[in-house]
Design a protein around this ligand. Structure first.
Ligand code: AHN
Ligand code: ZN
Length: 327
């Protein structure tokens, strides 16, 4: 009875709010602003942050371009007001090479107990082993979409966090050594050869007893006509998080990007974060009928030409919608 009364009161309050605006809720964005003020994600700014990374060249492990980009990312997080942690460690690749890895973590509102973790990998694949031209199979890729896009979106999220703080703490976690898994010509298919930085972080979080309500991984979130379906492992480990994020996207009109259907699985950073750190974490990653993830995945054509501002906007605004609605 009490609940029913409260619900009716809330309904009439919302109806009143709508009428007073003189503009019925034809725009879902407006309806949400009445509940909480969600900042506007600037996708041109995100595009610039993607390009800034790509301008370093391929960010393959143990290269000068990789290290310079890492310094850039840490400096940006610092500039946007985060407490920055650099996790440096040597991780052996499946070929037995020592990879000089660096996970870069920006903690916003570091003392808050209620936290959400946002992840993206920042290294780029050392080989274009999915290129149609076999002579490119050992050429490092620029990874504009596969790497830089997610990081670019999260740098813009960081910039927004500085301008207006949400009610909770946020950790932006740039993972290294993700794209170092088995070369397609190696004849190997060992899942644990991928995602070395996230495996390390999940076993050695940047603060003791680290926990978060949930995590969101962004991977390849800048391609034209991207379609994000519920990724398979995300559904196994963090179904509620998938529903929360897709609902948020749909509430602001991005149902063309965030399609509420099951998709395939990706052996990606979130798998290890779920299995090892046990933080329920989803992967926002494109699904395609024609391609593995997107047309130029692990090819030399994964450059700035594949990045499109509207997709960055849909993903970035959805992330803001989710985190500013956490209480
Ligand atoms: C595979 O499914 C082999 N890899 C998905 C993880 C990945 C690679 N994300 C970006 N590159
Ligand atoms: Zn990749």
């Amino acid at each position: 009875m009490v609940n029913l009364t409260a619900s009716l009161a809330l309904l009439s309050f919302m109806a009143c709010g709508g009428n007073n605006q003189g503009n019925t809720a034809n725009n879902a964005d407006e309806a949400n602003k009445r509940v909480v003020n969600v900042p506007q994600f600037n996708a041109d700014s995100a595009f610039f942050f993607v390009k800034a990374q790509v301008d370093f060249g391929p960010r393959a492990m143990n290269t000068a371009a990789h290290d310079a980009c890492g310094d850039y990312l840490a400096a940006k997080l610092e500039q946007f007001g985060a407490k920055v942690y650099n996790q440096r460690t040597d991780l052996p690749s499946y070929e037995g090479k020592m990879l000089k890895a660096r996970n870069i973590i920006g903690a916003f509102n570091p003392d808050a107990k209620k936290r959400v973790a946002l992840f993206s990998h920042w290294d780029s694949r050392p080989w274009a082993d999915n290129d149609p031209d076999a002579s490119k199979h050992y050429t490092p890729i620029l990874g504009a979409n596969d790497g830089a896009s997610g990081v670019g979106v999260l740098l813009e999220v960081a910039r927004q966090l500085q301008a207006q703080a949400p009610a909770i703490g946020i950790d932006i976690i740039f993972l290294d050594a993700e794209d170092v898994g088995n070369h397609r010509d190696s004849g190997l298919s060992d899942e644990s050869s991928w995602c070395l930085g996230s495996q390390y972080w999940a076993r050695n979080p940047h603060v003791q007893n680290y926990n978060a309500r949930f995590g969101i991984l962004l991977d390849m979130v800048g391609g034209a006509n991207a379609r994000f379906l519920y990724e398979f492992y995300s559904e196994q480990f963090a179904r509620d998080v998938n529903r929360k994020v897709w609902k948020a996207a749909q509430s602001i009109g991005y149902n063309n990007y965030f399609v509420a259907q099951g998709g395939g699985g990706a052996t990606d950073d979130h798998l290890f974060i779920n299995q090892i750190a046990r933080i329920p974490t989803i992967d926002i990653i494109p699904t395609s009928q024609q391609y593995t993830f997107f047309e130029h995945w692990h090819t030399v054509k994964d450059d700035m030409d594949v990045i499109t501002v509207p997709t960055l906007k849909a993903v970035g605004q959805t992330i803001l919608q989710v985190i500013y609605n956490e209480k």
